[in-house]
Design a protein around this ligand. Sequence first.
Ligand SMILES: *[C@@H]1O[C@H](CO)[C@@H](O)[C@H](O)[C@H]1NC(C)=O
Ligand SMILES: *[C@@H]1O[C@H](CO)[C@@H](O)[C@H](O)[C@H]1NC(C)=O
Ligand SMILES: *[C@@H]1O[C@H](CO)[C@@H](O)[C@H](O)[C@H]1NC(C)=O
Length: 243
Amino acid sequence: MGARVRALLLALLLWPGAAGYNNPFDWTVQFGEVTSKPWFWNPWTYSNLYKVVDIIINPKYVRAFHDIALLRLDSSVSFNQYVQPICVLSSNSKFLHRPDCWVAGWGVLDENQTALPPPYSLREAQVTVLNNTRCNYLYSQYSFQSLFSEFSFCAGSEDGKVDTCSGDSGGPLVCDQDGLWYQVGIVSWGDGCGRPNRPGVYTNVSFFFHWIQMQMSRSALGPEPSRPLLLALLWAHRLLRTA
Ligand SMILES: *[C@@H]1O[C@H](CO)[C@@H](O)[C@H](O)[C@H]1NC(C)=O
Ligand SMILES: *[C@@H]1O[C@H](CO)[C@@H](O)[C@H](O)[C@H]1NC(C)=O
Ligand SMILES: *[C@@H]1O[C@H](CO)[C@@H](O)[C@H](O)[C@H]1NC(C)=O
């Protein structure tokens, strides 16, 4: 079990090495890139890079709980055909039980940590958001009292054939509705990867709607009103069994 490098929305985080996680100056955000290892000579490798000026960790964050942070960038993001903002709602009930939401990431392919092969393209998969009664039932062996409270939910396929894995944490769970995309979840953790009855666990973005709004309005008071804030995951966990 350990912390892993995270994706941020559909952006690429360039992990600088051994420094702490929460120093904004150690992080760079890139948009519109689909490979996690851009070719050195590719001109896109060095474009659309943004400096991070602030990392706002949810004050209630403890390991798998309230697993959300916001990044403030040093300038506004230029949108184009491939780089677009995403909507966040204060309720996600209309996405519950829908079988056609998507998760994306550059994580490993299975519990054996099989790495994503070249050209390291972003992978995506369709998952169903389950209700918390179901999630608590499926994870009841953990005897945590209500592991799934409103701040997180589980999603996947019950046969376990579709799931996120190590390295996907921080990535988005998105659903489309009438031509608009909504970010419903953030990949957080899971019990192994792709096991039957062990759907992946996601931060419930709707639960943090007001917190996100508050942070954004605070940043709007600053000298540069349009600085964007991005959702990100703080610590990424997968409870990988060793046996
Ligand atoms: C992981 O490796 C073990 C031992 O080599 C193998 O038996 C198992 O099928 C592999 N699992 C996956 C998901 O690839
Ligand atoms: C939760 O989902 C299960 C199926 O996954 C369903 O049987 C149950 O009725 C749902 N409960 C609520 C409260 O929606
Ligand atoms: C997510 O949070 C919202 C707002 O608190 C809540 O209404 C909803 O039931 C939660 N979703 C799940 C799947 O738990």
